[in-house]
Design a protein around this ligand. Structure first.
Ligand code: HEM
Length: 163
């Protein structure tokens, strides 16, 4: 086995970790926003008992996923930007992707500080609270996922053009 093979295997594992962690985080947010929260409204007492436990394990899973996403994302970025197929468009889309990912990290932090509970404040803030809650996290996650796929297409296109 050559050195190149080892590097390729390392990058394959890195890509795999990145994708799995992304799926775990976004999938977890979807479950939270569209399953657990509505059930909480139907069965507030039962969910009140269960949610602290769910929240504890969910938080651990998210923490591990976020650390994995950041480390693997940095490695993938270094690998991609070192390649001649990384065009200015690729760099711009990657910049937007990292920017939205940063907003997600901030949003997650805000939700934790508020305990993930009801958003207080003026009426209009409460009315649009979905924008500030898990729905926003899911929305941004879906955008980041799309941008990741777009990056793959841009990179493949540029590779074909240079070869
Ligand atoms: C919310 C956070 C993020 C999500 C959901 C996410 C999701 C993804 C997914 C699904 C892929 C495709 C993996 C595959 O090949 O199957 C990907 C690729 C990638 N991600 Fe992320 N990512 C996130 C954050 C980041 C961050 C913070 C960075 C950089 C620091 C990053 C850099 C990259 C790079 C460079 C690629 C390779 C794109 C290509 O194919 O050229 N990602 N990401």
């Amino acid at each position: 086995m050559t050195d190149l093979d080892l590097i390729e295997i390392f990058l394959l594992v890195t890509r795999w970790v990145h994708a799995i962690a992304a799926v775990a985080w976004i999938g977890g947010s979807v479950l939270f926003a569209f399953v657990l929260r509505p059930v909480g409204k139907l069965e507030p007492e039962a969910m009140g008992r269960i949610m602290p436990h769910v929240g504890r394990y969910y938080r651990e899973m998210v923490d591990i996923s976020v650390v994995a996403i950041i480390f693997s994302g940095l490695l993938l970025t270094l690998d991609r930007l070192a390649d001649e197929a990384a065009t200015a468009t690729y760099g711009a889309v990657l910049g937007v992707k990292i920017g939205v990912a940063l907003l997600m990290f901030i949003q997650m932090w805000n939700l934790r500080q508020s305990g993930g509970g009801a958003i207080t404040g003026p009426r209009w803030v409460q009315k649009f609270s979905w924008l500030l809650g898990y729905n926003a996290l899911v929305f941004m996650g879906v955008i980041v996922y799309f941008l990741a796929n777009l990056l793959g297409v841009l990179f493949d296109d540029a590779l074909r053009a240079v070869s």
